[in-house]
Design a protein around this ligand. Structure first.
Ligand SMILES: [Zn+2]
Ligand SMILES: [Zn+2]
Length: 143
């Protein structure tokens, strides 16, 4: 996601004002390393600003996805997750608590096998690794 001044300009280009609510949502997204769901963004933004509405959060997230400033990810954790990191990267997903972390690794060998492309030209590939996070492993051992 671009710096605040740049974001204000991008909103203006779409005929949208940089309201305190939008600013707050951007700030929540910038500080989030956990790929929050819309509900999680709302909970954090509402804690900072009593006038925040869930509708504003959904609308702003949709706008940001349309602007290409955040990614909407469906990682099989139940709700869409939002990622302010739009570089190509991969994800580690905990199947127990739904924690998501960025993973940077160069998987050069990921290719569609010859004859399997079904007419697609492939531009990029993202890999999702599923398993248990450190906390959930600890909880499983403690049981
Ligand atoms: Zn976990
Ligand atoms: Zn990510």
């Amino acid at each position: 996601m671009k710096p605040p001044v740049e974001m204000a300009r991008l909103f203006r280009e779409r005929g949208l004002k940089m309201t305190p609510q939008r600013e707050c949502i951007l700030d929540v997204l910038r500080g989030a390393e956990g790929h929050p769901s819309a509900e999680a963004v709302y909970a954090e933004a509402r804690a900072r600003m009593a006038t925040m509405s869930l509708k504003t959060v959904y609308q702003t997230l949709n706008d940001l996805v349309a602007m290409g400033e955040i990614q909407q990810l469906d990682l099989g954790t139940g709700a869409s997750r939002f990622d302010p990191n739009v570089d190509v990267h991969h994800h580690l997903v905990c199947t127990s608590c739904g924690k998501v972390r960025d993973l940077y690794a160069d998987f050069r060998s990921i290719e569609v096998p010859p004859g399997a492309s079904q007419g697609f030209t492939v531009g990029s590939a993202e890999v999702v690794f599923r398993g248990l996070c450190a906390e959930c492993q600890g909880a499983a051992l403690a049981r």
